[in-house]
Design a protein around this ligand. Structure first.
Ligand code: FES
Length: 168
């Protein structure tokens, strides 16, 4: 798993595009306090950029009117927020107990063999990235894989192979 305690600086200021800016303003009216907007603002950022940079954390804090450290705490706590650049297809493999016992490692090993990436890596062509994440909440159908947020359950190497074929 990649280091979630370090933010990456891009050297480029971040701001919402017009669509996300309008969505932020729409949502902010629905929440009781502006700090409640940390989670949705992080989602909007990830939707726009694919990941969340140090500059984005500062921007969100300014937009909400809170400390960057609070936004940082939330962003680093939840593994669904990407804190480093990801591929066009971001593959998350659950590594928690049920998935661990039912073969998540064979899937991770297969992805390394097929794509040459380990958890935390992005493929050279930028198409795929891989991450091991904590329980995705579908333990009854382990092992579970998510690709760009979409769930794939009861996975094994053969199913992963078939899924990759639809992404290449
Ligand atoms: S342990 Fe993998 S989804 Fe819960």
């Amino acid at each position: 798993m990649s280091d979630r305690s370090q933010l990456i600086e891009t050297g480029t200021p971040f701001q919402f595009d017009a669509e996300r800016d309008a969505e932020f303003e729409r949502l902010v009216k629905r929440y009781p306090t502006r700090e409640s907007m940390i989670l949705p603002a992080l989602w909007l950022t990830q939707e726009q950029e694919g990941w969340i940079s140090a500059e984005a954390i500062g921007y969100i804090a300014d937009r909400i009117g809170t400390f960057a450290s609070k936004v940082f705490e939330v962003a680093t706590f939840y593994t669904m927020y990407n804190l480093h650049p990801v591929g066009e297809y971001h593959i998350c493999v659950c590594r928690t107990l049920s998935c661990y016992l039912l073969g998540k490692q064979q899937i991770v090993d297969y992805l390394y063999q097929e794509l040459g990436i380990k958890p935390g890596d992005v493929s050279k062509d930028g198409k795929f990235s891989l991450e091991e994440v904590e329980c995705l909440g579908h333990c009854g159908t382990a092992p579970v894989v998510q690709v760009n947020g979409e769930f794939h359950e009861d996975m094994d190497v053969e199913k992963m192979k078939a899924l990759l074929a639809t992404l290449k």
